[in-house]
Design a binder for this molecule. Structure first.
Ligand SMILES: [Zn+2]
Length: 638
């Protein structure tokens, strides 16, 4: 008990230090109460020299309006769309501060590492701040031919201001011969230097920029002064050879979204798409653009469109749901104020459904494929052991700090942020089918979305909502105990995902030996072997167990993630060998013998599984209407 009492004393001592620091005003709570010194007529200027982006760095030079005396500038911490304190501090190097041409000492805050303190000399009203932006440290944001610029990664701003009233005038110097795409308005251009119009800080950060040597910019849709662009930047020119038929489907994005929401809250929208095998898979929503990053052959290999064809539609839908309509506690006034993410089950959960729905309605994927997709996501949520103890609301609430990190072992027990997306889709499909059934087909979730996103047109502004607002609006569409519905599926531990939608849509879930096309495509794309519903494990490329389902035959035998399958019944492991052995076991009911390796140790484990291959499918309930076909069919008038 000795160590414990020493620990208590240390804790008390450090509490004392904190109190003293607070009293001295060194670490006040982040707020938006300061008077912004960077105004529309005297904005902060930012010149980003990106000419060296292919070498993995850029130089950012800022002139920040200040007043003499103590001054604090900050680096954006809580990043919208990333839903967490993910501002990449490690990107900052070679920080230099000067005033009137003379170097000025700076000091990082001891508690808030995103804050930097200086003392501005008498008579000085502009601070020059420069730093080198490391682009691939560790997130990969540049390659020899493509660069992704997120403005929050390349700037500092005055502490405690409201970012709607703090102005930034940004410029970029592009690498020789590279093009760019962004929702920012170009004011002038001299050679490789592009100057953008001054905008509120929130709008600058909300308007990322893609640049690259090989690019194609396609006008997908326009009406009057409003345009939607697809701006593609690729590592290699051949990755831009998008089949005309696929581009035609992408051209349906805006008409289908307008039919879905009945409104528009953007003027010109840019779907920015970086096609590279070096830059990781990502999609970040913005009000008038999206920052999409996908593998090099994303637009040329149909398998990608089948498995991830909702990437652009998901982010596009966020312009309405997430950017225009946003949870009240997620809408903050600067990037240092913590975001509360509990209502992501609406923001992301509903959007997962709508992004998929738009991809099917637009024809990026075939509506007839949706039932098998639904079977795959339903079975994945229904067979996740972690749901027995972990309600969805804890996943959304804890998202910023760890649920987005899907690395680590036993994700199926711990659950991940992916679950409130996937289960969110089932939840909102359930809502959709309830509305359709209760109103005998007269109304749908589309009706709700028209109300949710009204009026018909605004610029890119934000209107917040609470859980009660959502339930009230749904009640306007159709009276129902929506509060109890969300309580059951989101706020309480739910033993099963929402299930009623399957039957209401005219379908039934069955498990058969035939592979599910979405699971098969994912197995092929990621080199994995899906045996979650048979033995109870998923196997990676080199035989490594990715996860083991609690209670499954593999679990009973003592298998664990991190083990490597060396052999199956004496033969070296391969998906084909496992398939053969599974067939034999189904016939002769003998346990399968695996040799597994972990950390230099080998073990023989006997797994008693005799059920053969097992995959989820949806089959039609005879004599019922096929509601899924109706929901996923094109809705826009062409
Ligand atoms: Zn999203």
């Amino acid at each position: 008990m000795k160590s414990k009492s020493i620990y208590s004393m240390l804790a008390i001592a450090s509490l004392g230090v904190c109190a003293a620091s607070n009293a001295a005003g060194l670490i006040p709570e982040p707020n938006a109460n300061a008077v912004p010194l960077a105004t529309q007529s005297n904005p902060e200027t930012l010149v980003l020299d990106a000419s060296t982006a292919a070498r993995g760095f850029m130089t950012s030079t800022m002139s920040i309006p200040v007043e003499p005396g103590p001054f604090t500038f900050v680096y954006p911490k809580w990043i919208p769309g990333e839903h967490g304190p993910t501002g990449p501090l490690a990107d900052i190097s070679q920080l230099k501060v000067s005033a009137d041409g003379k170097p000025l000492a700076w000091r990082r805050d001891k508690v808030d590492m995103y804050a930097f303190h200086v003392t501005v000399p008498e008579g000085v009203h502009t601070l020059n701040v420069q730093f080198t932006v490391l682009m691939n440290s560790p997130d990969v944001m540049s390659t020899p031919n493509v660069g992704v610029v997120n403005w929050n990664r390349v700037l500092f701003y005055q502490n405690n201001i409201n970012y709607h009233h703090y102005y930034v005038k940004a410029s970029i110097i592009l690498p020789q011969g590279w093009g760019y795409g962004t929702a920012l308005t170009q004011e002038s251009r001299v050679g490789q230097r592009v100057n953008f119009k001054e905008e509120p800080l929130t709008y600058v950060v909300d308007s990322p920029l893609d640049m690259g040597r090989y690019y194609k910019q396609v006008l997908l849709w326009h009406k009057g002064n409003a345009h939607q662009w697809l701006d593609m930047f690729a590592d290699a020119p051949q990755d831009l050879d998008v089949p005309a038929k696929l581009l035609d489907a992408y051209k349906n994005m805006t008409p289908e979204a307008l039919a879905l929401y009945g409104s528009r809250h953007w003027y010109n929208y840019h779907s920015l798409l970086a096609l590279s095998n070096k830059i990781g898979f990502q999609g970040i929503e913005h009000h008038q653009s999206s920052d999409d990053r996908a593998p090099a052959d994303f637009m040329t290999n149909p398998k990608w469109q089948l498995t991830a064809g909702d990437l652009l539609t998901h982010e596009f839908s966020h312009s309405w749901n997430g950017k225009y309509r946003r949870p009240w506690d997620l809408a903050t006034d600067n990037y240092q104020i913590p975001q509360r993410t509990d209502l992501l089950w609406v923001y992301e959960g509903m959007n997962q459904y709508l992004g998929d729905l738009l991809s099917f309605r637009a024809g990026i994927r075939k509506p007839s494929e949706y039932p098998q997709y639904l079977a795959s996501i339903y079975s994945s949520m229904a067979n996740e052991p972690g749901r027995k103890t972990e309600p969805l609301i804890d996943l959304t609430t804890g998202a910023p700090y760890f649920y987005y990190d899907s690395n680590g072992q036993y994700p199926s027990i711990r659950r991940t942020a992916g679950d409130f997306y996937t289960e969110g889709e089932l939840l909102w499909l359930d809502v959709d089918t309830i509305i359709r059934t209760q109103t005998h087909g007269k109304k749908s979730l589309d009706t709700f979305l028209h109300l949710y996103s009204q009026p018909k047109f605004t610029g890119p502004i934000t209107k917040t909502y609470t859980r009660a607002d959502i339930e009230k609006l749904l009640n306007e569409v159709v009276p129902y105990d929506w509060h109890a519905f969300f309580q059951r599926h989101v706020y309480d531990v739910a033993r099963l995902p929402p299930t009623g939608e399957l039957k209401r849509a005219g379908w039934k879930l069955v498990y058969t030996a035939k592979s599910n096309p979405f699971i098969a495509a994912r197995e092929q794309m990621f080199g994995m072997n899906y045996q979650w519903l048979s033995y109870g494990f998923n196997v990676g490329k080199n035989g490594a167990l990715l996860d083991v389902r609690e209670g499954s035959p593999a679990w009973q035998a003592g298998m664990a993630p991190g083990m490597k399958l060396e052999s199956v019944d004496g033969q070296r492991y391969s998906p084909a060998v496992l398939k053969y052995v599974m067939g034999q076991a189904e016939h002769d009911h003998q346990p399968t013998s695996f040799i597994v390796a972990k950390d230099g140790w080998f073990h023989t484990l006997e797994v008693s599984y005799f059920g053969g291959p097992r995959y989820p499918h949806l089959v039609r309930i005879p004599g019922t209407a096929n509601l899924l076909a109706k929901i996923m069919a094109p809705h826009a008038k062409h």
